[in-house]
Design a protein around this ligand. Structure first.
Ligand code: V0V
Length: 148
């Protein structure tokens, strides 16, 4: 755990949006908002096809998440809530320490150990029912850039 007992958030890493069709969503955000698709990836374990889009040339990023299969969390989300905001992700320098700090406050983390996220990152999630209805993701990037 961090010295002050807090999770040590560095910045907002990305906002995640559930979409039924990844290519159509990339086209929408590129043509309407001028975002740039920086990275796409399939994450079999999470059951998603995803794209990371840059916003305005700065560090802000939008993550588009489409289901790879029926039992994907994104497929369930789309069925229940329809397309829209699915998660808010924060960058941390150490995901285990951040998770421990949040657990110590009595909130439920979804995983005992971090799992693999986008571009070699390590991730965990706080249950949305313990976070005012927001699925919070903790992201430890493979590389932390200067200024993060
Ligand atoms: C479900 N609920 C949500 C929610 N998903 N509330 C806010 N935001 C969401 N995204 C609500 C749901 O409406 C229920 O409310 C309640 O939580 C429990 O839902 P449930 O149906 O019992 O549970 P499930 O089966 O829908 O599962 C929900 C969780 C699941 C959060 C446990 O989605 C999950 O494991 N998510 C973490 C993994 C994930 O999202 N992977 C895809 C992104 P009521 O009806 O009880 O009021 S992968 C990713 O982000 C990567 C790779 C990356 O960033 O690197």
């Amino acid at each position: 755990m961090t010295v002050d007992g807090l999770p040590g958030l560095l910045r907002i890493d990305h906002v995640g949006i559930a979409v039924p069709d990844l290519d159509a969503a990339i086209e929408f955000y590129s043509s309407v908002f001028g975002m740039t698709c920086e990275h796409t990836e399939e994450n079999e374990e999470q059951g998603v096809r995803e794209a990371m889009l840059g916003v305005g040339g700065g560090p802000s990023r939008l993550q588009l998440l489409a289901p790879l299969r029926e039992d994907s969390p994104i497929a369930k989300f789309l069925t229940k809530s329809g397309p829209g905001l699915q998660q808010l992700a924060y960058t941390v320098s150490n995901v285990e320490e951040a998770a421990d700090a949040i657990r110590a406050k009595g909130l439920r983390l979804l995983y005992k150990e971090p799992k693999r996220g986008t571009a070699g990152s390590r991730i965990n999630f706080v249950h949305p029912k313990d976070c005012g209805g927001v699925l919070v993701e903790l992201v430890e990037p493979a590389v932390i850039h200067p200024g993060d």
